[in-house]
Design a protein around this ligand. Structure first.
Ligand SMILES: *Cc1c(COP(=O)(O)O)cnc(C)c1O
Length: 264
């Protein structure tokens, strides 16, 4: 296993149902072992396979191998795939990347989960669109735990006040918090991000207004999901270790507000 930064991780591309089954089994086994080492129940951690950039034909093999929950970072790509795979019953979609307010309508149409809630304006837009669709959405509040300007998410010290405003949006179910750790080969720095998110979650849950229990922690990717589980992750978002390496650098998927990729 490699870090999730500079030293380029190389994951073979899965093409067949058997290859997907092997990758899914391998990731799940590592997850279960990490949970056990941390004294946690393996069932307390969900695997969210991230299929961004992967064409529908290949996603079908992953589905045949048992994937039923899929994460996508760009909402229009996700919507297109959900329509092209609509013949498959019980597929559940999570949108995990930053969302512009004017695209809330797409998420409201098909997604079961949204992992990048980072503004009240966006909560308002989602609420309005979910009302129209008569749907609800499980949301994770994205927190910028690394302090990097290139990362979306609200500041850790603003998160408690932010969560207190969310019960006003009754179409949103506040499932927990999400973060992207710092891009570093230094596992200590990566873990600090996970710890920040967990401690924030613990504080918020202690003080949360009636009925609000944002206990979920969406953290950990191909390079660091075992460390994330050790620090309390309840959902890990794993792409490359299941589907294979992506050709484009991650800065392509995490553009900054002004559009420039800024992954140093
Ligand atoms: C792509 C992506 C992941 C998965 O990263 P991998 O390196 O493919 O495991 C997780 N979270 C977000 C927000 C992503 O965009």
């Amino acid at each position: 296993m490699t870090d999730h930064s500079g030293a380029v991780a190389s994951y073979p591309t899965a093409e067949t149902t058997d290859e997907f089954a092997a990758n899914l089994r391998d990731v799940r086994e590592r997850m279960d072992a990490a949970a056990q080492r941390a004294g946690r129940a393996p069932e307390s951690v969900r695997l969210l396979p991230v299929s961004k950039t992967v064409p529908e034909e290949r996603i079908r093999h992953a589905i045949d191998a048992g994937a039923t929950f899929l994460g996508e970072n760009k909402v229009q790509e996700a919507l297109r795939k959900s329509e092209n795979l609509a013949d498959i019953p019980d597929l559940v979609w999570a949108v995990i990347g930053h969302l512009q307010t004017n695209k809330a309508k797409f998420v409201a149409r098909f997604a079961a989960e949204f992992h990048a809630l980072d503004s009240i304006r966006l909560a308002e837009a989602l609420q309005r669109r979910l009302d129209i669709e008569d749907r609800t959405l499980d949301v994770f509040v994205q927190v910028n735990t690394s302090g990097e300007e290139s990362k979306f998410g609200i500041e850790p010290n603003a998160a408690e006040a932010f969560v207190r405003e969310l019960p006003a949006f009754d179409r949103l179910r506040i499932a927990g918090f999400m973060t992207l750790a710092v891009f570093s080969a230094d596992e200590k720095r990566v873990r600090e991000c996970f710890v920040t998110l967990r401690e924030l979650r613990d504080r918020v849950c202690e003080e949360a207004p009636g009925g609000l229990r944002p206990e979920g922690l969406s953290m950990g990717m191909s390079g660091d999901y075992e460390a994330a589980i050790d620090e309390g992750a309840t959902t890990v978002r794993v792409g490359q270790a299941i589907f294979g390496s992506r050709a484009l650098p991650d800065s392509y998927y995490w553009p900054t507000e002004n559009g420039a990729g800024s992954r140093a």
